[in-house]
Write a protein that binds this ligand. Structure first.
Ligand code: EMZ
Length: 386
């Protein structure tokens, strides 16, 4: 088996009943596995709500480690729309020329740096750095701020496994509180300040609302981006021909990014709370229980994807749901896609081959299913083009 392979643990259950089951901290979750069903449930926000107790739609549940509602993620329509409208333009900035230039310079520097090293532990020394530095652009905060976030290590507010750590999560919440206080004192052109100036229904956002957007921005795009970048490095290590293909045909990079993201599906699932007794996949579900939309399973659905377990870099039809689906589709997707496009372009320009020297897999324990989402560590040697 290739080290970069991510197996689909959901196949049998998806084919048999379309459902999985997991007991998450005594608040069980019925996992919806097929692509069509996942889309149907995501669409039906009245019956399957996001605006429940803060943290409850996240799997594993975060109700014990956070009280702040993440915005717009944990708000339902119609309110959701007003919040989303406040942040949408800001989160599309990654498409601007100036932003793209800066992101390209960051990624270029990081790739140049690892090319000088004998060995590189990708998670800490490449992906975490890349993600943190890129986040300074998304927040429009000083570049040096990234050092603080890198210092927290990869697992500061980790969301996978059962290792939810309230103390560690507080590090992030306290940091965000301080930053908001600072932005109130000295408003600037950063996301905190912009949010503090924003109005919804004629009223300025509250401190708690601003905090809700900021926590989401930090947490939602951390593990996900780190895993995607690390998985991409492992993939290219084992498929040097793919890097060459991208170099020869840079116009295929956009498709390649979508395909890698489909295959990696860095966010396995997202929950919803059921608001009335109903059915999913012909199974009764009761009001006030949870379901989850299992993006990772939906993205391997054989009814939609031909050879779902293969990475086909120029896959023609690719309606993946790795960034979610419907109202709540990922706010950070533009930023994530830009990171990946620039990363692929840069690697294909500068890197000849990558050798894997050592690795430790990161396996999510979902009761009935064990899913590899990436690596806890991945040590490689990057070899430059001559
Ligand atoms: C939440 C979630 C958002 C959650 C789109 O996903 O990401 C998880 O990693 C966080 O732990 O709080 O932000």
């Amino acid at each position: 088996m290739k080290k970069s392979e991510l197996k689909d643990p959901f196949e049998d259950a998806r084919k048999a009943t379309g459902l999985g089951e997991m007991n998450d901290q005594n608040d069980p979750v019925k996992m919806v596995l097929g692509l069509k069903d996942v889309r149907k449930c995501a669409h039906n926000w009245k019956t399957f709500q996001s605006g429940a107790t803060p943290g409850r739609i996240v799997v594993p549940s975060e109700v014990n480690i956070r009280t702040t509602r993440q915005i717009p993620f944990e708000v339902d329509p119609p309110e959701h729309k007003a919040y989303r409208a406040l942040v949408d333009t800001w989160f599309k900035r990654p498409l601007e020329e100036e932003y793209t230039k800066k992101l390209t310079a960051q990624i270029d520097a990081i790739v140049e740096d690892v090319l000088t090293k004998d060995t590189v532990e990708v998670v800490e020394q490449f992906s975490l750095r890349l993600q943190s530095r890129a986040l300074t652009l998304l927040l429009n905060t000083p570049y040096e701020e990234a050092n603080t976030w890198i210092g927290w290590g990869t697992h500061v507010f980790r969301s996978e496994g059962e290792a939810l750590d309230g103390d560690k999560a507080n590090l992030l919440y306290d940091y965000i509180d301080e930053q908001i206080t600072e932005a109130i004192k000295n408003p600037g052109a950063d996301l905190y300040s912009v949010l503090l100036q924003s109005e919804k229904d004629g009223k300025k956002l509250t401190r708690e609302e601003v905090k809700g957007v900021m926590i989401l921005t930090f947490a939602g795009g951390r593990d996900t981006v780190i895993n995607t970048v690390t998985n991409a490095i492992a993939y290219f290590a084992e498929h040097p021909e793919s890097l060459k293909q991208l170099k020869a045909q840079p116009e295929t990079i956009t498709k390649a990014v979508e395909e890698l993201i489909r295959y990696f599906s860095p966010l396995t699932q997202m929950g919803r709370v059921v608001t009335e007794d109903t059915q999913v996949c012909e199974h009764a579900v009761k009001a006030d229980t949870r379901i989850s939309l299992c993006w990772a399973s939906a993205n391997r659905d054989e009814k939609t994807f031909e050879n779902p377990n293969e990475i086909v870099l120029d896959r023609k039809v690719n309606p993946h749901v790795a960034f979610g689906f419907g109202t709540h589709n990922c706010l950070g997707a533009t930023h994530a896609r830009q990171i990946m496009r620039i990363l692929l372009a840069t690697l294909s320009e500068k890197v000849d081959t990558i050798s894997i020297l050592d690795y430790k897999e990161n396996i999510e324990d979902l009761d009935q299913f064990k899913r590899k989402v990436g690596f806890d560590s991945l040590t490689v040697k990057f070899n430059a083009k001559h």
